[in-house]
Design a protein around this ligand. Structure first.
Ligand code: FAD
Length: 482
């Protein structure tokens, strides 16, 4: 059959990197391909579906490209064939060794599935301490977290003071979700998990502190996301920065060469002024609403501190966080001033330190090199423990780079990896062992996702939301059989 003449490539993970790699392969390859995409969850798109903030639906537009690609190449009669197999975890139900044995090339694009840790007392066993990955998965309705009792049974009514460790864009996403969720026009129409929204709306949040080890100049967020927070003043939600960490007169705007940084300084200077004293029109778009929230809600950028210890009460709930102050040395290193401690009263703490890449158990046996929190690779070609390329094995996306980079940079990286595969393909042996048998495994196919998606959108339309997600794998796996 034509199927036998096709070169076979398996892709592990259906997030942006898996899909952009597939897209590039399917649109560029000259010889016929059969691309099989394996996804742990019954549904595709990885962090586009379960990471990106629900109030940023435009970021998920990449899913349209992925869908168009999948639709085009899952039609019969095409030169290339695309197959999606959801609900199957590679390394568990299907081994990586089997994929390597039976496929001409294998792309690992399974993202970062763990958490980076603070490594301080109280981090793992205190109620009200979560990682950003868990928290974001929960509010996005990820089936492994949507009903997690640590969230659902948590007493949200006690949450007034929140600490977030880290100040990247994910920390800002969390801040918006925690501080503005009661504003219907921002959240009611989103696909945030209704379970999470109900919990979050019970939390009388008053203050959120975003804590960074370094200074203002080393803040990790981007301007667009920061501006979005400042603009919440129109709902009576205000931003703060202590003058010891940011003062307009510490900067000479004209001499700042980095444009993005200049704007950041200008933005914070302007927003920290009372509305009628602002000089630039850009920062007077929405008049602040003093009475909208009572008591007023504030978020605060806090700097030069490292967490030391999480403190809890007799029933295991977080009460406060002890930190030490830092200074930055001449050669730009963080110096912890251990004798200068501060303690913040907190009812909720979220660590937003980045996601950690985890090796598959089989890597060791196969001699695959995993170092510095990612797969060792050269232009996406995975390296073995001797530093030589492992023939036919590739890495794409966050498992290749570590948890940094937006969807656009993930796309560029994925294209580079696909181009490496296209270069190598003619010299990779065509495996003759045939198909991987997964018929005994409960799984979803692309047409199944099509019906799940249709149902979610329909439900959304009825409720005036972008979508209403299925919240358990069981529901998804049984729905498509109906
Ligand atoms: P992922 O998206 O994580 O995809 C990995 C996939 O592999 C998942 O579907 C997972 O279920 C699957 N998988 C895992 N293990 C296995 C296994 N063993 N077998 C089979 N499948 C497996 N970027 C932007 O441009 N704009 C934003 O607003 C934005 N917001 C973000 C918010 C958050 C909270 C986070 C964490 C990231 C955000 N990003 C944003 C970045 C963006 O999500 C990443 O650049 C991108 O998702 C990385 O793609 P990936 O395919 O490498 O990983």
């Amino acid at each position: 059959s034509t199927n036998c003449e096709r070169r076979r490539i398996s892709i592990v993970g259906s997030g942006p990197s898996g899909f952009y790699t597939a897209y590039r392969l399917l649109t560029k390859c000259e010889v016929p391909l059969h691309v099989t995409m394996w996804e742990k969850l019954p549904v595709p798109f990885g962090l586009s579906r379960y990471g990106v903030a629900p109030d940023h639906p435009e970021v998920k537009n990449c899913e349209d490209t992925f869908t168009a690609c999948a639709e085009e190449f899952s039609r019969p009669g095409q030169k290339h064939l695309f197959e999606f197999i959801g609900g199957v975890t590679v390394g568990e139900q299907v081994t990586l060794s089997e994929l390597i044995d039976k496929q001409d090339a294998v792309v690992l694009s399974y993202g970062c599935t763990g958490d980076k840790k603070l490594g301080i007392p109280g981090e793992n066993d205190t109620k009200g301490v979560f990682s950003s990955r868990e928290f974001v998965n929960w509010y996005n309705g990820h089936p492994e977290y949507a009903n997690d009792p640590r969230f659902v049974n948590f007493d949200w009514s006690r949450v007034k003071n929140v600490g977030i460790i880290g100040n990247g864009n994910v920390a800002l996403d969390l801040t918006r979700a925690l501080i503005s969720n009661q504003i219907g026009e921002l959240w009611d129409g989103t696909d945030i998990s209704p379970i999470a929204l109900k919990c979050l709306r019970q939390a009388p949040v008053e203050h959120i502190r975003l804590i960074a080890r370094r200074d203002f100049d080393h803040s990790k967020f981007t301007n667009k996301e920061l501006r979005e927070l400042w603009e919440l003043e129109r709902y009576g939600i205000y931003g703060k920065i202590d003058p010891q960490y940011f003062r307009e007169d510490a900067y000479d705007l004209r001499s700042i060469k980095d444009r993005a940084f200049r704007r950041r300084v200008e933005m914070c200077s302007e927003y920290l002024k009372p509305f009628d004293q602002r000089t630039k029109k850009n920062y007077k778009k929405f008049a602040p609403q003093p009475s909208a929230q009572s008591p007023p809600k504030t978020w605060e950028l806090d700097y030069l501190k490292t967490p030391v210890r999480i403190n809890s009460d007799g029933s295991g709930y977080i009460t406060s966080l002890t930190l030490c102050r830092n200074s930055i040395t001449e050669d730009n290193k963080i110096c912890q001033l251990k004798d200068q401690q501060v303690t913040y009263n907190l009812d909720l703490l979220i660590t937003s330190l980045g996601y950690a890449a985890k090796p598959l158990a089989e890597f060791q046996k196969l001699g695959i090199q995993f170092e510095k929190g990612r797969l060792a690779n050269a232009a996406g070609r995975v390296l073995d423990s001797h530093g030589a390329t492992f023939p036919g094995l590739y890495a794409s996306g966050w498992i290749r780079t570590g948890s940094a980079g937006v969807i656009a940079s993930t796309m560029m990286g994925a294209f580079e990896v696909a181009d490496s595969i296209l270069q190598d393909l003619s010299s990779l042996p065509a495996k003759q062992t045939g198909r991987i048998d997964f018929s005994h495994l409960r799984h979803t196919t692309w047409p199944d996702w099509r019906s799940i998606n249709r149902k979610e959108l329909q439900q959304g339309e009825q409720e005036g939301k972008t979508r209403v997600k299925f919240l358990s794998s069981e529901e998804m796996l049984s729905f498509h059989k109906q």
